[in-house]
Design a protein around this ligand. Structure first.
Ligand code: PEP
Ligand code: MG
Length: 750
């Protein structure tokens, strides 16, 4: 075999490029490529195996093995040497393949006469596409240069596979990203949607893996790396020094970005004929293989940082950013690794569904999705690598499943399901004008949560008795600068108009934690959820809070006004916030403006401390609303955004219900109205239990009102309370099982 010198490898790449450039069909191209590689590397066999589906590899072209085996020989991921190369994502170089661990003889290929085996993975940005193999009769290990040459070729094949160069007529092989894929995730927001993929961060496409002019490519690469370094340094400078995780990631970025070895290896790849882009990808794949082998778990965890950094570099090189100029497809379904609430609001209601690779049910992005009533599936592993812009996709937010490029029978079943849901909604619509009165004659007021003007039509459609929580931060998050008082007043006024006299409870700005305003410098905090957020910001920076309060007073303009302050942790905070509002009332009065006809000032109870506040707090508040999302996270010390811990604690946990009971009692003692506006209010079983504990007002997303009302009207709260009390006494951790059992019995009897 010839030494794969630089010029040899460049010659090989040039021949490959010519083979790829002619317009023969995919299979013919693959066949030619295997013979070019075998010839130039002077081996008897060269074969290309590509993934048929995520678990199966198929022999797609060969020079040297039996032609009949092409498209017949298949192996599962991890099976045989080829399957192992694919699974491990690293090369296998064996002088005596049959004695190698994992070897599996494929009789139909006639490979028994070949002793040596070199297999390299065909992969792109961590995505496995196939395996490239050379074999020869004499027993010998392949040299480092030969391995390198084959890796470079595999890199080019990865790019071309990605671009669909090997599909089309004559090729029994179907292209990547064409098979149906089912991804099981977690429910973020119920609902179903059918549409087309819109990638939040489009895949970087490299169309020129082979380049002629190494000097020019080196220049392009050096300039891009320099730009990347500056960006990473800027990110580090701008980062919060206290946020350990963020700093750690950025430090790793910096380590990679400034690594001389990284740049040198990429320049060497260019020297061997790759374009700058292909060199980035090649080094990314090699580093991935190295890191995967690392005994240190910390280093292995850095893989995703490296992927991210390589993607950034590729974007700089190709100029393919988020703004690619591509048009959103009709019925867009957003696919992303993760997304912030502000970014989601930018898309607004144009989206039909959202699928995230990461994310959490308790995050504000999920709450925004809920506010927008957009079905959301989170933890959809691999979706961003599998999906392409425009792919047909079905989001089943009821099951937490995503069907990418679904087959016709799945689509049909799915459409049936949507039709059935529409029927159920019709049933709920019949209840719209009826009150949520239980069998024992108790009325529970059902109101809705809102945050956008566009939510208001649901007020009539859902039968909500008012807006129990209007999250005002959504307008602040969706803009590039602080909204003006006049604009806010106009918006709040339109909200009151649309409510047509039904009560609306405006919650003042609740920012901080994961709700980051793009125009406000993020404070330097190690734990934002426990940090400077909501009322704490309002009381320290009174300018914005007062401006918002003025806007609310002006919007009311002679109508009743209900304002509630979020995240109050102690009496004094409520006292101060209330004073600001009363002072603004005085000032507006002096300015001769029309004051609200009535003013109610409430507090959200979302920290356990407030449940134990002095009696004066409960007397001072005109109403109290339990923010169950936050209250639960602080009560159980379990981050609402961390799925691993969040799900450990049931809302129907005896301790939590005991806390609710105490809050109900403290409010009852002083006659202060109490409501519950966390997400749990919209879950029928939870809603029944909260009502049974004495809460008479529940605020939820509009789509939940029908199901909650339907169930409330069929049960007796006294009986429910009896079951809960009995369950609590029995020593269980959660009353859920007993309540479900009772519900099953009483609903079938009824
Ligand atoms: C809550 O914490 O329950 C709540 C309603 O507020 P948010 O979800 O906006 O923090
Ligand atoms: Mg809250």
């Amino acid at each position: 075999m010839a030494e794969a010198t630089e010029s040899e490898s460049r010659k090989l790449l040039r021949r490959l490029r010519d083979a790829l450039a002619d317009d023969s069909a995919g299979q013919a191209r693959l066949d030619r490529i295997t013979s070019i590689i075998a010839e130039s590397m002077e081996t008897e066999v060269c074969s290309i195996y590509l993934f048929r589906d995520p678990d199966t590899l198929e022999l797609c072209a060969t020079e040297g093995l039996r032609a009949e085996a092409v498209h017949q020989t298949r192996m599962r991921l991890g099976e045989g040497l080829v399957g192992r190369v694919a699974r491990l994502g690293r090369i296998i170089n064996a002088a005596d393949a049959p004695s190698e661990r994992g070897f599996r003889y494929m009789p139909e290929t006639g490979e028994e006469i070949y002793s040596s085996f070199l297999g390299v993975p065909i992969q792109r940005l961590g995505e496995k596409l196939g395996v490239l193999v050379v074999q020869s009769k004499i027993a010998r290990e392949y040299s480092d240069d030969e391995i390198y040459a084959l890796e470079v070729v595999a890199m080019v094949l990865a790019e071309m596979t990605e671009l669909g160069a090997f599909t089309g007529e004559g090729a029994a092989l179907s292209a990547r990203h064409q098979h149906p894929v089912l991804i099981r995730g977690t429910i973020g927001q119920e609902g179903t949607a059918e549409g087309n993929v819109w990638l939040h961060e489009p895949r970087v496409v490299v169309t020129n893996p082979i380049a002629e002019d190494p000097d020019r490519e080196t220049e392009r690469l050096t300039a891009a790396v320099e730009k990347l370094r500056v960006t990473v340094d800027d990110m580090l400078d701008g980062a919060q020094t206290g946020d350990k995780d963020q700093r750690e990631v950025l430090e790793t970025y910096r380590m990679f970005a400034h690594s001389r070895g990284w740049l040198r290896r990429m320049c060497e790849d260019i020297g061997r004929g790759l374009s700058a882009e292909a060199a980035v990808e090649k080094e990314q794949s090699s580093a991935r293989a190295r890191l995967q082998k690392a005994p240190d778990a910390y280093m292995r965890e850095r893989l995703s940082d490296l992927d991210d950094l390589s993607r950034r570099l590729l974007r700089i090189l190709t100029g393919q950013g988020r703004e690619t100029g591509a048009e959103m497809p009709p019925n867009p379904i957003l696919v992303a690794r993760s997304i912030g609430p502000g970014e989601l609001l930018d898309y607004g209601r144009t989206l039909r569904g959202i699928v995230l690779e990461q994310g959490s049910v308790g995050s504000h992005a999920a709450i925004v999705a809920r506010a927008l009533a957009i079905p959301l599936v989170i933890h959809a592993r691999g979706i961003t690598t599998e999906a392409l812009n425009g792919d047909h996709i079905v989001v089943d937010g009821e099951q937490g499943n995503v069907h990418l490029r679904p087959e016709d029978n799945i689509i049909a079943a799915f459409r049936d399901k949507i039709a059935m849901q529409a029927k159920a909604q019709e049933r709920y619509a019949d209840l719209r004008t009826l009150p949520a009165t239980t069998l024992c004659g108790t009325n529970v007021a059902l109101t809705m949560n809102a945050g956008l003007m566009a939510d208001l039509p649901s007020l009539q459609g859902s039968g909500a008795e008012g807006v129990g929580l209007f999250r005002t931060e959504l307008q602040f998050l969706a803009r590039a600068a602080v909204p003006r008082r006049g604009d806010l007043a106009a918006l709040y006024s339109r909200v009151l108009d649309a409510a047509e006299g039904k009560p609306v409870t405006f919650r003042t700005l609740d920012i901080g934690s994961d709700k980051v305003l793009p125009y406000m410098k993020r404070p330097d905090e190690p734990n934002p959820a426990l940090g400077w957020r909501a009322i704490r910001v309002g009381l320290d920076r009174t300018g914005i809070m007062r401006m918002q309060l003025q806007a609310l007073i002006r919007a009311a303009n002679g109508r009743p006004l209900k304002v509630m302050f979020p995240f109050v942790a102690q009496l004094d905070e409520f006292h101060q916030a209330r004073r600001h509002l009363l002072e603004e009332m005085e000032r507006e009065d002096k300015l001769g403006r029309i004051l609200p006809s009535s003013l109610e000032i409430g507090a959200m109870l979302e920290t356990p401390s407030l449940a134990f506040a002095p009696r004066q707090f409960f007397e001072m508040a005109d109403f109290i609303s339990i923010g169950g999302n936050d209250l639960k996270q602080f009560f159980f010390a379990a981050d609402r955004e961390n799925e691993r811990v969040r799900r450990r604690y049931d809302t129907l946990n005896v301790s939590f219900l005991t806390l609710i009971e105490m809050i109900v009692k403290r409010c009852d003692e002083v006659g202060t109205p109490l409501s519950f506006c966390g997400e749990d209010a919209g879950r029928p079983v939870e809603a029944i239990c909260l009502s049974a504990m004495g809460i008479r007002s529940l605020s939820m997303r509009p789509a939940s009102i029908g199901p909650v009302k339907h169930l409330l009207r069929r049960i007796d709260l006294g009986e429910a309370r009896g079951v809960i009390d009995g369950s609590c006494r029995s020593g269980v951790q959660s009353v859920r099982a007993d309540v479900m059992e009772w519900l099953g019995r009483s609903l079938t009897q009824g």
